[in-house]
Each structure stands twice: as structure tokens, then as C-alpha cells.
Ligand binder design. Sequence first.
Ligand code: TXE
Length: 501
Amino acid sequence: HRYSTAAEVEELITPQVSINYTQHLINGKFVDAASGKTFPAYDPRTGDVIAHVAEGDAEDVNRAVAAARKAFDEGPWPRMTAYERSRILLRFADLVEKHNDEIAALETWNNGKPYEQAAKAEVPMLVRLFRYYAGWADKIHGLTVPADGNYHVQTLHEPIGVAGQIIPWNFPLIMFAWKVGPALACGNTIVLKTAEQTPLTALVVAKLLHEAGLPPGVLNIVSGYGPTVGVPLASHVDVDKLAFTGSTDTGKVVLGLAAKSNLKPVTLELGGKSPFIVCEDADVDKAVELAHFALFFNQGQCCCAGSRTFIHERVYDEFLEKSKKRALRCVVGDPFKKGVEQGPQIDTEQFEKILRYIKSGIESNATLECGGDRLGSKGFYVQPTVFSNVQDDMLIAQDEIFGPVQTIFKFKEIDEVIRRANSTRYGLAAGVFTQNLATANTLMRALRAGTVWINCFDVFDAAIPFGGYKMSGIGREKGIYSLLNYLQVKAVVTPLKNPAW
Ligand code: TXE
């Protein structure tokens, strides 16, 4: 496989990037961990340590929650005018835009995603999302309700309180935006736990939020591991709402912790095994390109990756041949270089997990069309891999691999592919490739998934809701739907003195 070298791809003029923030952010200040401990952050290109970051535990979570509680109970944030909150979010978006390239470079350094994607997609998506929710801040309001009896009835939409938010490492900035944007627009305060693999960029953008005017204590960030920071946060009785994105197994754990502590409502965005269905009438070249993107984008580390590629038997052979060629053309290499499509996986754990699934695919007699091994001897690079002849009961057909491994299935009938696409514990997304309106209409209704992309994939506008059916999660993020996660509805009933009026 092609491993890009400096000679093959044009060198990027990498923006100067330095790591200025490694401490927790509590009550508007950067502070060391209570224990004084730190943990390493890595460069996935090499596995080298690039920073030592404050390592949180229950004491840091307590301090952060106390700050968030005070900022919520005593203000000014929830009591500020909605317009003023909106203006702070807009100023923040402008500041991020100004620092776009440095933030993107830090994201690439710590996460391994291609710099061009970080700079042109991830950071701009954060900006767009904050502008979107800034637009909502002063449009959140209750209703006047025509109830029976002589009463004036209204609803107040109030912020829910202190939000605990736990995010993963695959899109550190987008996950930050999806969680923090709507929570702030509604007037909540936050304790955020970033993923231990990617603690750095959230601290930089949080600093900018404060520069934009966010009062201290409104957004607190505690870095560290799941068992030592995530567990005390999910269990905290002063946290009023929990939002989590990550694996289904950990989602079950945090839901249990929320139930056992104070029954805080929980939204979960979990794993997936999304079908990508190419019908017999599809333009094969376009379908190949889109199916490739649906799976390989972000090193295959997407919860909604189109990871079960179902191909109609009439186009199967041609699709397979072209998909294999496409995977072999994929340029893998240093994510800071221009033209690189795939960087390293996030860490050694994910890297080894992917190689184990590839081995399992080979052992279960799926046909390895290309790839199948690590790439190079340094860092966490995996060859773009394609399996054909995949059967529904194979492990690689059922589990989330979360890497650059495309699995291709053959189907004959629409009813059959609907049944097979739905026979998974997940239900996050689905892709449908057809030019036939009736087929598209049938599939969009029949597929049990939170998003159905028709003749497109991974379209993530701020206004489009995202979330899962079944074990892919509870609730929706983005759009108007996310606001509901961060609001309480209060019914207010007043007797009418003069019912005639
Ligand atoms: O996930 P975890 P990991 C899937 C993907 C991946 C697998 C494992 O298949 O291979 O999950 O990845 C915090 N209490 N996804 O181990 O553990 C953790 O510190 C509270 C899908 O990274 O779920 C991090 O901040 N929190 C996914 C966050 O949970 C805990 C994105 C996610 O980590 C905790 C990432 C605990 N007991 C992985 N244990 C998606 N939906 O996009 C861990 N955490």
C-alpha cells in the first residue's frame, strides 16, 4: 500500500503550534489537579508524549461541580439577558475563526486527523454550531396554554442547571460544540470531561470563550480518565443533567450511575454499525466514492461510519473491484502533509483492537481484498482494508471496528436488505444509494436509524438532529432537539379573576 512520503505529497506550511494549556479549568482559572498528578498526551504519528496534563480525580470533580453550582445558583449566567448570552457565543465564534489554523494544528497533533480536514471542516463546524445556538439563545420561550377551568396557564422554559458532559476523542472539537453550544444557549453551567486521549483543544477554545466574556464557573473542564473523572461526574448529586458520547458499554455504566445517584436525566450518543445500501440502479462510480468516504473518513473512527456496505448482486462485482482500487489509492501518511487522506489511529488500544478484528475477519473466511496489516513501523497507521464475502453472523459484521476496515455484503431483494440492515443492536445512521424515488421512500421509512442519508453521507449541519435508535443512544443532539435536553419546563397556573377576559 501507498504510504505517503514527503516526496510524494507537498509539505504543508504548518502553523506554529504550542501547547499553552494543560491544567484543569475551574471557576475561570487554570489550576493543577488537587493531587498534583499529570498524565501524558500523545502524538499518534509517533506515540511520543507531547504534554503532561493535569489528571483529575473525585476531588477535582467536586471543585468543578461546586464552581458550576455557584455560577448557576448565584448567576449571572442564567439570569443574564438571552441577547447578552447570545452575543458572548457570537464573539467566541469570531475568536475561534481568527485562530482557526492554530487550533486545527493542535487537533491534528494530538488526534492524528488530516490537518486539512481539521482546518477546513472540524474547526469551522464548531464555529457554525456556536453561531447556530447563539441564534437560539433569545428565541427560547414557553407557551400560553388554553386549559380547562378559569385559569391562566403558561409554561416557562428554564435552564436545567449544572450539566455534566463526557466526550470522546474522535472529534474533540465537534463533540465540545455539540455539548457546550446548546447547554450555554439555554443558560446552564457545565462540567466537561474531555477524553484522556485528546485533552488539549477543548482547553484552548474554553480560554477563548472566557475572552469572549463567559463568566467564571460557567464552563469547567476536568481532564483525566473515565473511572476517576467520568464516574464521580456521572454520580454527582449536584449535577442536574448528564450528556455522554462514547461506547455503548460505557453508556450503560453512566446511565446506571445517574440512576443510582440522583436520577439526573441522561442523553447518550453511542456506537453504531450503520448500513450503506447500494441499490441495483446506482451509479457505481459515485456509490464507490461515497461508500469509501462513509467508512474511511476520520480513519474510520466515526460512530456513524457506513460500516456494513450492502451491494445489490447486479452491481456487486463491479463495485467490489472499484472499491478495492479506491482503497489502494487512499493516501495514508503524516496528517500534516497536503493530500493525505488518512492519518494514524488515535492510540495503541484502538490500533490493536482494529488489527484483532482484521484477524477475526480472515479467520472467519471473509475474503481479504486488500490491506489487512499495520502500515510502517512507527505510530498507529493501519492499511485501508477491504473485506468482501462478509456474512451477517461474522464478528466483523456485528461489532463496531472503529477503523479503516470496509466490509462488503451482497444482497438480492429490498425486503431482504431491510431485514438484514435492521438486524443489529445499533441504530445510529444509514446510507441509501439509489436513483429510484420509490426505493428511496421505502428504505427511508423502513430503516431503524436516527439518520438516513440518501445519495449522500456524513452531512452534519448544525440544524440537523443526530442520535440513535436502539443501543446507539437516547435523545438527539444538534438542531432544535438538543435544546430540549438542557431545559426544564415549568407549568405556571394562575386563577383568573374575571374569566370573561
Ligand atoms: O470509549 P469510552 P473508548 C466506541 C468505539 C471505540 C470504543 C471504545 O467502538 O473503539 O467505543 O473507545 C469516558 N464512566 N466509541 O474506550 O470508554 C472516557 O474517558 C464515565 C464510539 O474511547 O466510551 C471518554 O471521555 N466515563 C464513540 C468517554 O467516556 C467514562 C466515540 C468515551 O470513552 C468511563 C468513542 C466510566 N466508567 C468510542 N469510562 C462514538 N459514539 O462516537 C470511560 N469514560
